[in-house]
Design a protein around this ligand. Structure first.
Ligand code: DX5
Ligand code: ZN
Length: 225
């Protein structure tokens, strides 16, 4: 990994208190979060239902201007992309299984002015990555099966990170490598050593009593990675 690439910690609001979502986001940003991970689930592509573009729009209207990393777990996905672009998404990541025409969907995101990301479930082959790597700014390796917070990290994800890192490093562009699922202070260094530079953590952060202490513990572990 390029030495100049900073580590980003991305709290997933899936585990936040939704009755006070704006305050929760401000709290984790003040506690040292770099970006906010916004999980969108449709009870079709994944067996859970969360939040949509109206919520993102409300957060923007309330003055939350951080980088919003939108993870779309919806199928079909294309029609929602325009809504998330309008709502103020900065990064929009999609799963290859959620679209019939991956090239078109990634291009829609880019043409709309956001950064396209591609997400790989634990059993999804990484083969398609080489075909579309020039179209994307972020690769997300799922280290749990998508749908729920609080699941255990799948250890074989580390080898998948390393393989993705190898493909990314052949490019002449900065492409971020994100890991999502079961990340905590005690395994974040292993993910970094395997090549990740962006770390989603939902339950580990929002389930803790002191967001700043938890993020600091993660940064301390990363400093030793
Ligand atoms: C799972 C989501 C994750 C989830 C991670 O489908 O994509 O972003 O919030 O939660 P933790 O960190 O609790 O595994
Ligand atoms: Zn996610």
């Amino acid at each position: 990994m390029s030495i100049s690439t900073p580590h980003w910690i991305a709290p997933s609001i899936l585990s936040a208190d939704f009755s006070r979502l704006g305050a929760e986001i401000e709290d984790v940003l003040n506690a040292g979060a770099d970006i906010i991970h916004f999980d969108v689930m449709d009870n079709h592509y994944v067996p859970n239902l969360t939040i949509g573009p109206l919520v993102l729009q409300s957060l923007r209207k309330a003055g939350i201007n951080c980088t919003m990393d939108v993870h779309l777990m919806v199928k079909p996905v294309d029609r929602l992309i325009g809504d998330f672009l309008d709502a103020g998404a900065d990064i929009i990541s999609i799963h290859p299984e959620s679209t019939e025409h991956l090239h078109r969907t990634l291009s829609l995101i880019r043409e709309g002015g956001a950064k396209p990301g591609l997400v790989f479930n634990p059993a999804t082959p990484l083969t398609v990555l080489a075909e579309v790597i020039e179209l994307i700014d972020l690769v997300l390796i799922m280290s749990v099966n998508p749908g729920f917070g609080g699941q255990a990290f799948i250890p074989s994800s580390l080898a998948r990170l390393t393989r993705a890192r190898g493909l990314i490093d052949q490019q002449q562009r900065n492409i971020r490598l994100e890991i999502d699922g079961g990340i905590k202070a005690d395994n974040i260094a292993a993910a970094a050593a395997a090549g990740a530079d962006t770390f989603v953590a939902g339950s580990a952060i929002f389930g803790s009593n002191d967001y700043a202490a938890t993020i600091a513990a993660m940064r301390k572990a990363l400093a030793g990675a």
